[in-house]
Design a protein around this ligand. Structure first.
Ligand code: XLF
Length: 330
């Protein structure tokens, strides 16, 4: 592999000139820059990224910690973040965490060794809590992050969002619900349960509802949860799922039980992922502004990195999207 020394020799300039051409091109004369660039191209020289980050005191990399890369909800957020970051010459590195402590250790190691300049934590675990100390690195918590805890969390109001969904289903005449939630210890699951209870209470509905919690927000768990619901109460008329993935699984479960959606049973999602409008039936769901979440996270992270802002929470708007997977009670 050619080194910077080889390039300098081929271009007939000093190593310092090659280095300045790469890192501060504006300080090098145009004809010299062309000579150096030609040597780089001819030799296929690739600068050593690690050495460059050390010199520039910046890796120009941001770590996105994603609980589940198979969920298009997170993919949409990271794609938007990547486009925004690229405008400032930053790249995004992705870590699939499954919300595990081990992933925190790995992220911390990257942060400590300065291989990343900032972190977007899209999952539940709080960097700086959970027993690991806050590294001296800017972090934006997103989606599942803690609100009002002194961290910078960007998310929707999950309590309100689920309250809106359940109030809508109640307005369609539903009274017997099954709730397919995410992991019980997950902050957004707790918030969404709270929102559902508020809507039930506000409508004076006191009959016991069925709650099935899951280890994940995944499709397979949604299908399994539908079986569990039918064992507990086959007369449920609406199933409120805590993600679109869970709703797709629940709809598959309903088909196995010979139930039409929404004719026999209404099933709703949460997130409004890309496929939600194309699914059969199209999902009634809560839209989270995925592009805006990604863009805002990057601008907030840069503000923290540049010291132009201190950590502050930001609540983005959600929207109830009415499609065909829920219908008035027959
Ligand atoms: O990260 C949260 C939990 O589940 C996100 O809002 C989601 O709904 C993704 O499916």
């Amino acid at each position: 592999m050619p080194t910077i020394k080889d390039v300098a020799r081929r271009a007939g300039v000093s190593i310092a000139t090659v280095s300045r051409t790469l890192n501060k091109p504006e300080t090098v004369r145009a004809d010299t820059r062309e000579l150096v660039q030609a040597a780089i191209d001819e030799m296929g020289y690739r600068p050593n990224g690690l050495a460059q980050s050390m010199r520039q005191q910046s890796s120009r990399s941001i770590l996105a910690m994603v609980p589940d890369i198979a969920n298009p909800f997170f993919a949409a957020i990271v794609s938007a973040a990547q486009v925004e970051a690229a405008k400032a010459g930053y790249r995004i590195l992705l870590m699939n965490t499954a919300n595990t402590p081990a992933s925190e250790d790995a992220a911390l190691a990257l942060a400590e060794t300065r291989l990343v300049d900032g972190i977007l934590q899209l999952g539940e675990r709080q960097i700086g809590l959970n027993g690991w100390y806050a590294p001296d690195i800017p972090v934006i918590h997103m989606c599942e992050g803690p609100i009002g805890a002194g961290f910078a969390t960007i998310a929707i109001n999950n309590v309100r969002a689920m309250e809106d969904m359940v109030a809508y289903l109640i307005s369609l005449g539903h009274r017997r619900f099954g709730f397919v939630t995410g992991p019980e210890n997950n902050r957004v699951t707790r918030d969404r349960i709270c929102g559902a209870r508020r809507a039930l209470e506000a409508a004076g509905i006191t009959t016991p509802q069925r709650w099935i919690s899951n280890d994940t927000y995944n499709i397979a768990d949604g299908e399994q949860a539908f079986d569990d619901l039918m064992r507990e109460d086959a007369g449920i008329t609406a199933v409120c799922c805590f993600s679109d993935h869970l709703a797709v699984g629940a709809i598959a479960g309903a088909a196995r039980h010979g139930k039409q959606v929404p004719g026999d049973i209404s099933i709703t999602g949460f997130d409004d992922v890309q496929y939600a409008r194309h699914h059969v039936p199209p999902l009634t769901t809560i839209a989270q502004p995925q592009s805006e979440l990604g863009n805002t996270a990057i601008s907030s992270l840069f503000a923290l990195m540049n010291g132009t802002a201190s950590p502050a929470d930001m609540i983005l708007p959600h929207e109830l999207v009415v499609r065909q997977s829920a219908a008035p009670l027959r």
